[in-house]
Every structure is written in structure tokens, then in C-alpha cells.
Design a protein around this ligand. Structure first.
Ligand SMILES: Cc1cc2nc3c(=O)[nH]c(=O)nc-3n(C[C@H](O)[C@H](O)[C@H](O)COP(=O)(O)OP(=O)(O)OC[C@H]3O[C@@H](n4cnc5c(N)ncnc54)[C@H](O)[C@@H]3O)c2cc1C
Length: 295
């Protein structure tokens, strides 16, 4: 039996891991994809104290290496079930038990839900400009979205893609003024307002998008940047969650179940950033360590 199982290896989970190991706890960290969470999708991080500027993938790697230097590791397994009473978690490889559990499962990307999206994912439909943008060097691409992520994605790809069209559902872009200004200065970025993608077309790969005004726009890729949402379905109603899926907990990160903590973006809170996720990880791990000491 572990002292603590941490579900998710984004900033919250890795920070929890670092604190848990330093507190002497026998720690298991599980992630369904790769360490770093959403940070690997970020082109540039400029607001983490003491790290003036770093790419998202480098930031993720540094967090991971810090964990490894302390003797930690991340097992790449998806948690499909949690029993909050027994404090056990289930993956395809079996059931793991612990004295405490920290859920740091973050958020998942929103999808458009239009025809062609699922079929062409990985064949021109992407949710990560930082990861996939380079494949479309010299090509025309579209970005679906109306906020910071769409603006950042367009800027990021503007140095190597031929033309970038941002498709915005409303009559104006949300997002930071500085980003909007940078976008307005790039000659190869244009924004179409009041349009939705009805269908993504293509046989082997993306060829075009059908827009809500009936226009067919030729493109080599569709980058979907319409935000993130809570995905607490794997908790199967065992913890108190809000209507939109966030796990309810205060600043102590303790959930409605004894010995089960929630850290990072999936917790009910106002500010969802790396620094707040890392802070939650620390609070949750030290809370878990307190409980383990009393057992
Ligand atoms: C494009 C982009 C740019 C950003 N830029 C910045 C920035 O510049 N500065 C800043 O402070 N913040 C930024 N953010 C926000 C920041 O990345 C998040 O606030 C932060 O990553 C949240 O950390 P987290 O650990 O709570 O969740 P996440 O980073 O979402 O990590 C959760 C992890 O849990 C794993 N997981 C989920 N479900 C399961 C399961 N069932 N089993 C196992 N593993 C699971 C996921 O695979 C993931 O690795 C950005 C986000 C994006 C998308």
C-alpha cells in the first residue's frame, strides 16, 4: 500500500509529488498521457516566478527532472475508477491502494463536435499548435477560437505557415489586448467573425472547412482552440462536484471524502494557472502527509 497516489502529472501532480517525496511518503504518480499536463501545449511561459521565459515543453521537462532527482517517477497509466472509501484507484494494469489520494487531473480540451472532427484528428485536425504547427510550414491553416489560446496559436504559427485564418464565433475576439495587437501586426493572419465550422472536409487529410455562412474555405489544417473543461466523469459521483464538473474543495484542497485531496485546475477556484496548480499540489501533499502521520 502506498502512502499517497497522485492522479495526474501536470504542475499540480508533479508539485504534489515533489512535496510528498520530500515528506518521506511512498508515492505513486499516474498520468494517462505525458508529464507536464497543459504546460506542454504552451509556446512560452513568462509568468512563473524565477523563470522569466521558457517554452512549455521545457518547463514540463524541468518539473519532471526535479521529481526524478528526488527519486520519483511517473507511470503512464490512465485511472478509470477511484474508490474514495477504500482509497484505491483502478487502471488497465490493476488496482492500486493508498492511505491517501490526490486527484490532480486538470482539464480536458473542448471539441467542436462537428462532422469530420473525430475522423480527421491527427490528419490535419489538431488541438495543439505548439506540437503540430510545424507540420504545416508554408501551408494555409485555420484556427477555431475566440480567445487567448486562438490568438497565441495564430501568432506561434505565423512565422512559418503561409496564411492563418482565425474563425471567431462572435463579433469580437476576447483575450488580452497585447495579443490582439500583436496579431493585428502580422500580415499573414486574418480574422473572420460570426462564423462557425459546420464540417471539416477531406478524405485522407483535411482539405477544407464548411462554414456556417455556406463558404467552403480550403485549408491544410484546423487547429481547435476553444478552451478547456472539467472532466471528472471518472470520479463517478463519489465526490462533491459543481454542475460543470469541478471538484469542490477550499484552500486546504480536501474533498468531501476523508483522505482524498483535489489539486490544480480541477478544483473549484478562481485562478487557474501553473503557479496556483503548483501551490495546490504542495498544500494537498502536506495535508496528505499530516493524515498519514496520524494513521
Ligand atoms: C495553451 C496554454 C497555455 C497556457 N499558458 C500558461 C501560462 O503562460 N502561464 C500559466 O501560469 N498557465 C498557463 N496555462 C494554464 C496552465 O497550464 C494550467 O493552469 C495548469 O497546467 C494546470 O495544472 P494541473 O496540474 O491542474 O492540470 P493539467 O496541466 O491539466 O494536468 C493534468 C494531468 O492529469 C492527467 N490526467 C487527467 N485525467 C487522468 C486520468 N483519468 N488518469 C491519469 N491521468 C490523468 C492529464 O493527462 C494531465 O497530464 C496555459 C494553458 C494552456 C492550455
Amino acid at each position: 500500500m502506498y502512502d499517497v497516489i497522485i492522479v495526474g502529472a501536470g504542475p499540480a501532480g508533479l508539485s504534489a509529488g515533489i512535496y510528498a517525496i520530500r515528506a518521506g511518503m511512498d508515492t505513486l504518480i499516474l498520468d494517462k498521457s505525458v508529464w507536464g499536463g497543459q504546460t506542454v501545449l504552451s509556446a512560452e511561459i513568462e509568468n512563473y516566478p524565477a523563470v522569466p521565459s521558457v517554452t512549455g515543453p521545457d518547463f514540463a521537462q524541468r518539473m519532471y527532472e526535479q521529481l526524478v532527482e528526488l527519486g520519483g517517477s511517473v507511470r503512464l497509466e490512465e485511472v478509470t475508477d477511484i474508490d474514495t472509501e477504500k482509497r484505491s484507484v483502478t487502471t488497465a494494469n490493476g488496482v492500486y491502494r493508498a492511505k491517501t489520494v490526490i486527484i490532480a487531473a486538470g482539464l480536458r480540451r473542448r471539441t467542436l463536435g462537428c462532422k469530420g472532427e473525430t475522423e480527421l484528428t491527427g490528419r490535419g485536425v489538431s488541438y495543439c499548435a505548439v506540437c503540430d504547427g510545424r507540420f504545416f510550414t508554408g501551408k494555409d491553416v485555420v484556427v477555431a477560437g475566440g480567445g487567448n489560446t486562438a490568438l497565441e496559436d495564430a501568432l506561434f504559427m505565423s512565422s512559418y505557415c503561409r496564411g492563418i485564418t482565425i474563425l471567431c464565433r462572435s463579433d469580437r475576439m476576447k483575450g488580452e489586448e497585447a495579443l490582439k495587437e500583436s496579431v493585428s501586426k502580422r500580415e499573414n493572419i486574418r480574422i473572420l467573425y460570426n462564423v462557425r465550422i459546420e464540417e471539416i472536409q477531406g478524405r485522407e487529410a483535411v482539405e477544407a472547412v464548411l462554414l456556417s455562412d455556406g463558404t467552403v474555405l480550403k485549408t491544410s489544417a484546423v487547429f481547435i482552440a476553444i478552451g478547456y473543461e472539467a472532466d471528472s466523469a471518472f470520479l463517478k459521483g463519489q465526490l462533491q462536484v459543481t454542475g460543470d464538473g469541478y471538484v469542490v474543495a477550499g484552500e486546504d484542497c480536501h474533498t468531501s471524502a476523508e483522505g482524498v485531496f483535489i489539486a490544480g485546475d480541477l478544483r473549484t477556484k478562481k485562478v487557474r494557472q501553473i503557479v496556483t496548480a503548483a501551490a495546490d499540489g504542495a498544500v494537498a501533499a502536506l495535508g496528505a502527509a499530516d493524515l498519514v502521520l496520524k494513521m
